[in-house]
Design a protein around this ligand. Sequence first.
Ligand SMILES: [Zn+2]
Length: 302
Amino acid sequence: MLSENNKKIINARLLSQYEDMFRCPICSTSVEVVNLSSLICSNHHCFDLSKQGYVNLLTHSVKTKYDKKLFESRKMINESGFFDPLINRICENIMLDLEPVSKPIKILDVGCGEGSHLSAIQQRVVEQSQCNLLGAGIDISKEGIIIASRSFSNLIWCVVDLSHCPFTDKQFNFILNILSPSNYAEFHRMLKDDGMVMKVIPGSKYLQELRGIFYKQTDRSVHSNESSIALFKRNFDLVDIQGVQYSATMDNKQIEQMVRMTPLSWGVSEENVQQVLGKTKLEITFDFLVLLGKKMNAHRTN
Ligand SMILES: [Zn+2]
């Protein structure tokens, strides 16, 4: 196991090596990593690297309902392999679109939470394609990024307000956005002209067993994603839409983690939550749509 200090040094060196990718979230000028301890822009706005080696680039403090417990549950569920079929599909899409280049392929995971998806994707793609891949994960929740930077080195981790992304223009080959809010103007700005956006949204049957118990017969018991797809299509050329559907049996402990890691149970009556938590076993449906987008006209003109 690497000590916390070693991880900080590895993460800080990576930030320093790729400081050209960054720009100041306040004034958009270029930044420099100084003494492996701060990111400073040409107008002297300064952002310190944490003891885990991530950098907090928020310009104001933000409180979210996504707490440490939620991300710890998410990490356990992800590491138990429940998202593997989705992760594999994302990796396949990346590898199909890879071109032989010596420069690193840059992937940005927007809303990366505790980082386990990005880390799994990086590991699998590198193992299978031997490509040089640089991953950066951003999230507005500091709690998620702390767990990510403690758990995974060799990736760039930042606490970021999505409307002020700290990266320069046309930087990324892939932007991933898995079950998390989007900012299409920023995606467009940061994506290379021939890059690809991969947005994962829940399919109509996603966690239907939980929804069925939580929301009974109300309209929240069925998930609709038409407006998400329409919004995506207004911003990017939708080149493919892929369904990934499977089910898995969870034991009592995993059901509890699953309930903790999704906002699904927020606002649900205690009685309905207890009904789920009391189950010793539950078959859970995973249903996702992967939207693949290119910049409008980009793949036709070059
Ligand atoms: Zn600045």
